[in-house]
Design a protein around this ligand. Structure first.
Ligand SMILES: NC(=O)c1ccc[n+]([C@@H]2O[C@H](COP(=O)([O-])OP(=O)(O)OC[C@H]3O[C@@H](n4cnc5c(N)ncnc54)[C@H](O)[C@@H]3O)[C@@H](O)[C@H]2O)c1
Length: 250
């Protein structure tokens, strides 16, 4: 049975990844801040043997303990835990910046490092880091978030180079406008929902399942020759600027 660890797995996109992985027969380790939330999600998954593993990804000791408690080295590790602090860069505090960098970028490194150290002796493994279209098209008012996601892309590319010889693939997934997770409050407004959904070339917001599908594909043998890739899953919106602008009449 294949196994997968998903950070930030108790809610939003992470929970969708856990559900999709369990449906595909993976043994799932749900990693999140609250043991109660991890347990609730783990108990709701298809199949058996899933684990609830409370940890803060910014804490090396807690991340090491998660891998120890999971038992066998996981086949797949998904660095999905992430936060955003909205506000312009000049209005943000340095503490806001440090919090977001600490969880999204340093936390991803801590988890990927622990995963790589354990996968290397086995000679196989797959690490998937959650990026965002903010890595390539930063959203005004999203503080440190775009910088952390651009950092996650660079982290992914370098890890892919350094771990490829050990049979470990490392990729990133960049969701666009997702109807759920941390964006749920944004799309609770029907006007914003219609405007943003309508601006996407595929004419709809992404579901959490759309993102989970991409993660599960990257984790599968069908993506066995894919590494160092930044897979944008956004219905085409991140390169749609010419679609949004009126054309010249001349
Ligand atoms: N929802 C979107 O629109 C969207 C778009 C692009 C990228 N993303 C990315 O997808 C990932 C998941 O986001 P989501 O929308 O599901 O958000 P979410 O807030 O629903 O879930 C994030 C999870 O991470 C957990 N978490 C936060 N800090 C943690 C820490 N220090 N240690 C362990 N767990 C921690 C939270 O408890 C939460 O369960 C994030 O990396 C986010 O940046 C989301």
């Amino acid at each position: 049975m294949k196994s997968i660890l998903v950070t930030g797995g108790a809610n939003g996109i992470g929970a969708a990844i856990c559900r999709a992985a369990a449906e595909e027969g993976y043994r799932v380790g749900v990693v999140d801040l609250s043991q109660e939330a991890c347990r609730k999600l783990a108990d709701s998954l298809a199949g058996s043997g899933h684990q609830a593993l409370a940890a803060d990804v910014t804490r090396e000791d807690q991340v090491g303990a998660v891998f120890d408690a999971f038992g066998d080295c996981p086949d797949v590790v998904v660095n999905n835990a992430g936060v955003v602090r909205f506000g312009s860069l000049l209005e943000q505090t340095v503490d806001d910046w440090r919090t977001v960098v600490g969880i999204n970028l340093t936390g991803s490194y801590i988890v990927a490092r622990e995963a790589g150290l354990r996968m290397r002796p086995r000679g196989s493994g797959c690490i998937i880091n959650m990026s965002s279209i903010n890595a390539v098209t930063p959203g005004p008012g999203s503080g440190a978030y775009p910088s952390t996601k651009a950092g996650v892309v660079a982290l992914t590319e370098l890890l892919a180079l350094e771990l490829g010889g050990d049979g470990i693939r490392v990729n990133a997934v960049a969701p666009g406008f997702v109807d759920g997770g941390m964006s749920a409050p944004i799309y609770a407004d029907p006007e914003v929902r219609a405007l943003r959904g309508g601006a996407v070339p595929l004419k709809r917001l992404a579901t959490e399942q759309d993102i989970a599908n991409a993660v599960l594909w990257l984790a599968s043998d069908k993506a066995g020759y894919v590494t160092g890739h930044h897979l944008v899953v956004d219905g085409g919106v991140s390169h749609s600027v010419l679609l949004q602008l009126p054309r010249s009449k001349k």
